[in-house]
Design a binder for this molecule. Structure first.
Ligand code: AMP
Ligand code: GLY
Length: 421
């Protein structure tokens, strides 16, 4: 079959790479894609990346299956449009994608379905937020209601920090319009886990568990980012914990969405905190995580397109996914200034050398200018590798990272370290 992937980041590079290896796949197209994918897929540029333009492309290319990477096309209604046209696509409708697009809606779903989550308040304005703050202990968590590329969350350790955060959110300075409504919630200490399932609305097929590293600096210090690295290993959750997540989080969420007439299809991502008092949900996303996806695709050992096609046509029952025993690790190299003011246009070298050492370099914020690969975004690339154990996977990924050079490069040195404890 011919498969089209929407998006152009590291997640989509990894998707295209895995899809292209499947026996059922003839050809992979990606729009817009990035220079790293050229060896596994054909990258196509569009004018404005609207749902209509995506559908036109899918029809012109005669693709059998479309897979959506990022949230923006979902929230714009790309899945609704493809369904109307009878084109198989993996992802939630616009209405179902609100589970990610609005943190307030996600909290409503969790409350209605009895899914464990932090105690919270919703504020529609600065004064309301400042008045609610004293009801929370420190640290306190502030979240922009809307989409903010992982940067709309503040964990405030002092009253002053919390008040400054409220002002930064409502002024639009931090997350633009996404910060017009703010969720204030209790801070939950614990171990973070990304639990992602594929669903056709009825059948649930869990992917392997992963762990993201959101803060920009080692030891989880500094501001939050979209994710500075991840690892994928079965040891992240015990079989009992996995069962618990399915029964107390995933199944109730999917049941609740269906009961509201907005059945969820595609990838449902639960951002979990494993606390002393059990599992708590931090957030839901309506897509694969980035960089979690890079580690998942590296470890997966299945004809993914065949399974995705079954999800797209509502026949997921009985499908399985296989995973290599070896854990995988992805370390992200970020550009100067990320996650605030990013500088672009720095020449990148060492991708070939990194791959010669057994890693795979999934590109994200890169572009080719006169034949030179250079930085074009905050998260530039993710060096991904596996090994007999987590330590070996980390060593191989960091060995690859040593080869990568560009001005202003920074990356965390402790991706995976929590999994060794
Ligand atoms: P979210 O977009 O809601 O996942 O938040 C981004 C990141 O902020 C999470 O991945 C956590 O690292 C952190 N975070 C969010 N909510 C909480 C919370 N209630 N307690 C502790 N950390 C949190
Ligand atoms: N890495 C976190 C996310 O994709 O939301």
């Amino acid at each position: 079959m011919k498969v089209l992937v929407l998006g152009g980041g590291g997640r989509e590079h990894a998707l295209a790479w895995r899809l292209a290896r499947g026996a059922s796949v003839q050809r992979v197209y990606v729009t817009p894609g990035n220079p790293g994918m050229a060896t596994v897929a054909e990258c196509i540029t569009l004018k404005s990346y609207t749902p209509e333009e995506y559908l036109g492309l899918a029809q012109r290319l005669g693709v059998d299956l479309t897979v959506v990477g990022p949230e923006a096309p979902l929230v714009a209604g790309v899945v609704d449009l493809f369904r109307e046209a009878g084109k198989p696509i993996v992802g939630p409708t616009r209405a179902a994608a609100a589970i990610e697009g609005s943190k307030v809606f996600a909290k409503e779903i969790m409350n209605a379905a009895g899914i464990p989550t932090a105690r919270y308040a919703i504020a529609e304005g600065e004064d309301e937020a400042l008045a609610a703050l004293p009801r929370f202990e420190l640290p306190v968590v502030l979240k922009a209601d809307g989409l903010a590329a992982g940067k709309g969350v503040i964990v405030a350790k002092s009253r002053v920090e919390a008040e400054d955060g409220v002002r930064a959110l409502f002024s639009g300075q931090l997350a633009g319009d996404a910060g017009k409504r703010v969720v204030i919630e209790d801070f939950l200490p614990g171990r973070e886990v990304s639990f992602i399932v594929l669903t056709d609305g009825v059948t649930i097929l869990p992917l392997a568990p992963t762990q993201d590293h959101k803060a920009v600096h080692d030891n989880d210090e500094g501001p939050n980012t979209g994710g500075m690295g991840a690892f994928c290993a079965d040891s992240i959750l015990t079989p009992v914990e996995t069962q618990d997540v399915l029964e107390r989080v995933i199944q109730p969420a999917i049941r609740e969405m269906a009961a509201r007439g907005v059945p969820f299809t595609g990838f449902l991502y639960a951002g979990l905190m494993m606390t002393a008092r059990g599992i708590q949900v931090l957030e839901f996303n309506a897509r694969l995580g980035d960089p979690e996806c890079q580690t998942l695709m590296h470890r997966m050992n299945s004809d993914f397109a065949a399974v995705l096609y079954r999800a797209a046509i509502g026949r997921l029952a009985g499908a399985t996914l296989n995973w290599d025993a070896a854990p995988s690790v992805c370390v992200v190299a970020a550009a100067s200034g990320y996650p605030s003011q990013v500088r672009i246009g720095d020449a990148i070298t060492g991708v070939r050398d990194a791959e010669a050492g057994g890693a795979v370099v999934f590109q994200a914020g890169t572009r080719l200018m006169d034949g030179v690969l250079e930085t074009a975004g905050g998260r530039v690339l993710g060096v991904t590798a596996s090994g007999v154990d987590l330590r070996a996977a980390m060593n191989r990924a960091y060995l690859g990272m040593e080869q990568i050079r560009f001005d202003g490069i920074h990356f965390r040195r402790d991706i995976g370290a929590k999994g060794l404890k």
